[in-house]
Design a protein around this ligand. Sequence first.
Ligand SMILES: Cc1ncc(C[n+]2csc(CCOP(=O)(O)OP(=O)(O)O)c2C)c(N)n1
Length: 623
Amino acid sequence: MGRILDGINSAEDLRRLPRESLPQLAQEIREEIIQVVSERGGHLASSLGAVELAIAVHYCFDTPRDRVLWDVGHQAYAHKILTGRRDLFPTLRQYGGLSGFLRRQESPYDPYDSGHSGSALPIALGMAEARDLKGEDYRVIAIVGDGTLSTGVAFEALNCAGAWKSDIIVILNDNEMSISKTVGAISAYLSRIMTGQWATRLREDVKQLLHEVPGGKKLFRLMKVTEEVLKGVFSPGLLFEELGFKYLGPLDGHNLDHLIETFKNVRHLRRPVLVHVITKKGKGYAPAEKDPTTFHGVGRFDSENGILPEPDGLPPTYSEVFGRTLLQLASKDPEIVAITAAMPQGTGLHDFSKRFPERFFDVGIAEQTAVSLSAGLALCGLKPVVAIYSAFLQRAFDQIVEEVALEKLPVLFCVDRAGIVGEDGPTHHGLLDLSYLRAIPNFTVMAPKDEAELQSMIVTALSHRNGPSAIRYPKGRGYGVPLQEEPHPIEWGKSEVLKVGSDLLILAIGSMVHRALQACDILQQKGVSPGVVNARFVKPLDEETILDLVASHRVVLTLEENVVEGGFGSGILELLSRKGIPKKVRCLGFPSRFIEHGRREELLESCGLGLKTIVKQALELLG
Ligand SMILES: Cc1ncc(C[n+]2csc(CCOP(=O)(O)OP(=O)(O)O)c2C)c(N)n1
């Protein structure tokens, strides 16, 4: 028998299928997702959990005329397969291939470019309002996870949609997980709804209230406040109803009949509606159901048994080195506290959270709150360390400026995934942080050349009590240099001179220092006399050393894994201009455009930061 999926090249094709064949279709989609992700890596668990949801949404709504906005987009693989991208699905997340998220240029079924959590809701609201203003007629559907409800922007949009009585459908895809377990009171509320505990809890609350008023006990008995009565009186989604939404649910998100029935009814409502759907992250693939955090975003694995390749013998990742070092320092210093925005595993803080639960704060997907919280902790004398990925820290720019830098608070920002992150692409590359952090007064900005230097920078930054510091480091593993038992500090504001020459001076920062040394070897073989400086600090710059060396070399090349605009190289140009020093300088970094997805080396190469190109640029500069 042929596969049903073979006949599906668009949502139209799907809508022609009889309902009975949909469970089989779901099965085939799951097999395809598991196969491709096991070979290429990707976001497995969330996508497996949303297979029925994707089928039901496209089955009931008139897509792409109706607009479906998947929040983040990491759960939308079934959506991609169903909407004419099945043939390209094996190119997922590869250079030139399909994106791991929604991309407008990729398909008319993707109404926006997704990647950062929480934005589907406000963007969907904008679309719904635009549709009404223009007198058009289509449905706007935002599909958001329960983790997303910890995000401020999502709540801000719910707040407006309810008040404006906007015609918008929100599907809450609740799997009780963010990447790790969802945190916070909203998540506890949702799980009470799921288990029916809301009624018990409400009964207890009413009982306590009535016991506190004269005659209340009698009243309570009289009211016979049972769960059944309460269930009839109160909606389980009271919170959403109070916000102005019609609440429907909770529904079994893997029961296609229930989903289709509900979506068909909802399609005709013209008001804010929230459909609460319960799904299982990793559904249909036992290893992912068992360990959804590992299978949230995963590299290659054996699809037969879900076993991941052992990283035996490989150097630790920068995140691991950060986590270990902080744990070590925190065991001796009770004032150190750690903050994450929903990424305890990714940032390397998992062990810290187990060892010092009272000194660990996971605020959910709420980067702004993470930063403001750290300001509060610092104002009360603690030493907060905020670990956030570079691209997500962009959310909290205002809090960094207003609440931390302006107050000169000693908060340490450990900016993970800085630079190219690879397969996640433009929404996740961290190519702006050097520019935006460098511009902020009172800030210190550093980047280590390797994992051992990261340790030193953490110690150094924690002893700096006169303002905030940021240490930015890349995704992935270090070089395998020995880690320090007792990390020693480096000199504040001082660079490291690695080589002195006379022709070309390479000033490099962070992940580019290693590459600068490689380029230096090649240049030497070509008869050039190069010098190399590991800048260590982007702010403050080690002016004295840099100016001395600039004077003794003919030309200067700066190297950074950041956009050139406003970055490290700009800092050098500003310094030379301020001092009135005429010098031939070339700044190499990323161009000011959004960089696609692909392997790191491929992307560096394509943007002029491959080793050969650097050497070529150096030779050109030397004339
Ligand atoms: C602003 C921002 N911060 C962090 C992330 C990283 N991130 C990607 S998916 C995810 C969890 C989302 O949880 P949920 O919405 O419940 O979806 P699920 O993965 O459970 O399906 C997180 C934290 C992000 N994409 N955007």
